[in-house]
Design a binder for this molecule. Sequence first.
Ligand code: HGY
Ligand code: MN
Ligand code: MN
Length: 407
Amino acid sequence: MTSGAARVVARLKKLNEASDAEGALTRLTLSPAHARAAGMVKRWMEAAGLAVRLDAVGNVVGRREAAMPDARTLIIGSHIDTVRNAGSFDGNLGVILGIEACAHVMDKPLPYAIEVVAFGDEEGVRFPTSLTGSRALAGTFDPASLSSVDEKGVSRRDALLAFGCDPSRAQDEARDPARTLGYIELHIEQGPVLEINKLALGLVTAINGGSRGEITIEGAAGHAGTLPMNMRKDALAAAAEIVLAIEQIGKSGAELVATVGRIEVPNGAVNVVPGRTRLSVDVRSPRDEERMRALADIRAAITRIATARGVKADLNITYDMPAAPCDKTLSTAFARSFERCDHPLFRLASGAGHDAMSFRERIPQAMVFVRCRGGVSHRPEEYAAPADIAAALAVLEDFLETIGANQ
Ligand code: HGY
Ligand code: MN
Ligand code: MN
């Protein structure tokens, strides 16, 4: 394994130390752990010859200029925020690979500039809105997202100010598409397809579209011992029926998925009939019309169940990202690098969302997937083998050394 690949593996381990949870990796956006990770990434970017800054929305941006003025910029990115009890590779791998590939070409004059970006808000776990870091660069940042609040009532605006950012300048982070060669992201597959096909790497064809939201159900709290069953407006029993209905709708399309990942019963207690519940919903598909149909079916199921049970329920969509096809020119350049690095070319869609989808229809984007063991992700067992990391680094280094010639 090259020293570069070994350094990537070592840095991923080191980055694990930046966590807000004892004995697990939890690094929510704009948290103390995110600040520590941003500090490590800044030092590594500087060692790779990049000029580094923290931008207006919490991204760490490392930049190197081109050999000639007025050249366009290639952006290499991924995210360093994580879910709770996360794995070490989701997002982090793409950032550390980008830094290492820049170190590899540090002394080589290139006909384009490079920016490596460690986005700070891809997972959308702390605030209901997400992808704010990549949307800022894509020029689609929504100022309303600054008013999103976390579970403690802290707004994104206040969290950014405390992080040392100036959110009033978020719109200034937009990159000019005419001055941008494209956006590329290397990421673990987070699924089992590469492993089943015994491949280290895959070329992404498109990123599935996704919608997320929150369902609130208002029933009537009551005494678990005295309230007769036929008089109840049990918000949790209604939620349970809605969860199963959403699962059924998710099964109605071959590549459609629908998930309720979180359910809350405020003031829940063993001897109280639940009066209120809140549940999350996440719906994805490679076809936007199928995702819209599924959302309509979910709304209809919510209305049917709520009416039958005499409770009030509504679905508020907080995130809606259309499917994002990957750019043909950048993907062809990656295909050439696969060939030069002796990797069979295997194309697959992404069921997971990524920062790359923020650039849809504005800046060309392409992604390369790295095999992950068992397809497991969003869990501590998430794992990418050093040999596969080395393969990804070799392809990225080849891509950087050749992309300018083909543009
Ligand atoms: O949820 C996703 O697809 C991504 O991991 N944030
Ligand atoms: Mn990710
Ligand atoms: Mn993730």
